[in-house]
Design a protein around this ligand. Structure first.
Ligand code: NI
Ligand code: MN
Length: 229
């Protein structure tokens, strides 16, 4: 069974696996690179990596409309509950759980996590998804390069979705080091080009990733889909 990964721009992705629709960091409203609106996206599950507005984004509206289960850290679960959401599953860093689509584990990210209204959002995270069909996807979230990423080499990651935009997260240079630590088969870069602060040369990153690492870089633009067989 194939897995379909659709990029919505910035750090927003939809992953479709065995009929389950997983939406990650749904940021559409006020996202300068989004090509669709929040009310056009479907989801059974929503994963939120941290509390920043460009990641929590439209979570409340989309979860209310679709009835999706939101999976995120305990502090953000409490905040989303205060916003009227009821279908919530708290995880925390290092912990995972079996969901209908497969196992989702929260991974370390070095970043911030304050919520849009100033509420405490706990610690930021990434996600390691071991999908029921055998594919493994790592979503770094917003993070610095960390040597802990080396542990992910044990997980045989098929696709690593990595931030490369620099300024707030890993830049291309550090993201290449991350690829060498994680040893994924494919790399999909994100969190670049949305605003001038994070305007990096993604084509150059792609070329360097293909030349200097064992992974193939798949460079997606907003609303492009990569199918993993
Ligand atoms: Ni952030
Ligand atoms: Mn961000």
């Amino acid at each position: 069974m194939s897995v379909k990964i659709t990029y919505h721009g910035h750090a927003t992705f939809s992953i479709e696996s065995d009929g389950a629709k997983i939406l990650i960091d749904p940021f559409f409203t006020d996202n300068p690179v989004a090509k669709i609106a929040a009310d056009q996206v479907d989801a059974d599950f929503i994963l939120v990596s941290h509390g920043h507005g460009d990641h929590v984004g439209d979570t409340v509206a989309i979860a209310k409309r679709t009835g999706a289960l939101v999976i995120c850290n305990y502090e953000i679960v409490n905040w989303l509950s205060s916003q009227g959401l009821e279908k919530l599953h708290p995880l925390h860093i290092g912990g995972g759980n079996q969901f209908p689509f497969g196992r989702c584990k929260m991974t370390i990210a070095h970043h911030g996590s304050g919520l849009p209204d100033g509420s405490y959002g706990g610690n930021p995270a990434g996600f390691l998804l071991k999908l029921n069909n055998g594919k493994t996807i790592y979503f770094s979230g917003d993070t610095a390069l960390t040597y802990d990423m080396k542990w992910l080499a044990d997980d045989n990651v098929d696709v690593a979705i990595l931030c490369i935009g620099d300024n707030f997260t890993m830049g291309p240079e550090d993201a290449l080091k991350a690829v060498k630590l994680i040893q994924p088969k494919k790399v999909i870069p994100c969190h670049f080009g949305t605003w001038p602060y994070i305007d990096v040369d993604a084509e150059d990153f792609q070329a360097r990733c293909n030349a200097e690492t064992d992974a193939e870089c798949v460079l997606l633009h907003a609303e492009e889909t990569y199918s993993l067989d």
